[in-house]
Write a new protein. Structure first.
Length: 278
């Protein structure tokens, strides 16, 4: 667990809970001690940070350590709720995409050619500028020891213009919404769900982060003919794309399908990807 002296108490607790969850998942016997700096500071004006910190630490201390599998599940649940309470954006990301094989991450924009910044996000070499949640099913995958960008095998930046197509904002919202579907045998596509409006609202919350001047891009071939393809009608399984995934068979998985959405503004790049694996 790598802790930084300049981390806020909330960031420090997030790092600790994630490391504890990872250690329990790996079967580590020794429990990680709670870092000493994790105490309310009284520095936030409205006291909300201290209140959230006290709540999370209090709940953590009441979770029984045995059986260890139950403890791991409770720690994971606490981490998810803690992150949801930190910001509405986190909460929307967890509701929308946490139960699916997705990659959700934002990084700083440092280049005129933002493709370089997207590549940094895919390689996990750029932190979220606001410290908000990332969803990354492969964060601890051992495959990443030899293939850091896994599940991606992204093209070089110069090829991005040939593989990505522009989207208008409503099409971007729809693309994000259909990432809640399954690639195969989806029994409840977003277009017919009773919570369709709630799904679209969460998608708008996520994209709202990037502001009204954001531009959106997708690898979906449906957008080649125009910026407003009807993703809701076609559904996730109806999306053909220029793949950004590795074609290698690793850890028993073939990665065959993907739908990506990239949001770009002056300061940030957001990367949202749905992955079909078999």
């Amino acid at each position: 667990m790598i802790l930084h002296a300049d981390q806020s108490p909330l960031d420090l607790l997030d790092t600790y809970l994630e490391a504890l969850s990872d250690a329990l998942g790996d079967g580590t016997d020794a429990l990680l001690p709670i870092p000493e700096p994790l105490v309310p500071t009284g520095e936030d004006a409205d006291g909300k940070d201290d209140e959230l910190l006290s709540w999370a630490l209090g709940r953590l201390r009441t979770i029984p350590r045995q059986p260890k599998d139950d403890f791991r599940l409770e720690v994971g649940s606490l981490l998810a709720e803690f992150r949801s309470r930190r910001s509405p954006w986190n909460a929307a990301a967890l509701r929308l995409l946490d139960d699916h094989y997705t990659f959700v991450a934002t990084g700083p924009r440092r280049h005129e050619d933002w493709a370089h910044d997207v590549l940094a996000v895919m390689h996990r070499s750029a932190p979220d500028p606001r410290g908000w949640i990332r969803l990354d099913w492969d964060r601890t995958n051992t495959v990443r020891h030899t293939m850091p960008a896994y599940p991606f095998d992204p093209p070089v930046a110069s090829r991005f213009p040939n593989l990505l197509h522009c989207l208008d904002e409503e099409a971007a919202v729809a693309a994000l919404a259909v990432m809640t579907e399954e690639w195969q045998a989806e029994t409840a596509p977003v277009r017919s769900r009773p919570d369709r409006d709630a799904v679209l609202t969460d998608a708008r919350t996520l994209l709202g982060r990037y502001g009204p001047t954001a531009c959106y891009w997708t690898n979906a071939m449906a957008a080649a003919s125009g910026p407003a393809p009807d993703f809701l009608t076609s559904g996730l399984s109806g999306s053909r794309s220029h793949s950004f995934l590795t074609g290698e068979y690793l850890n028993g998985l073939d990665l065959l399908d993907d739908l990506g959405l990239i949001a770009v503004n002056e300061n940030e790049v957001g990367v949202f990807w749905s992955i079909g694996a078999y």
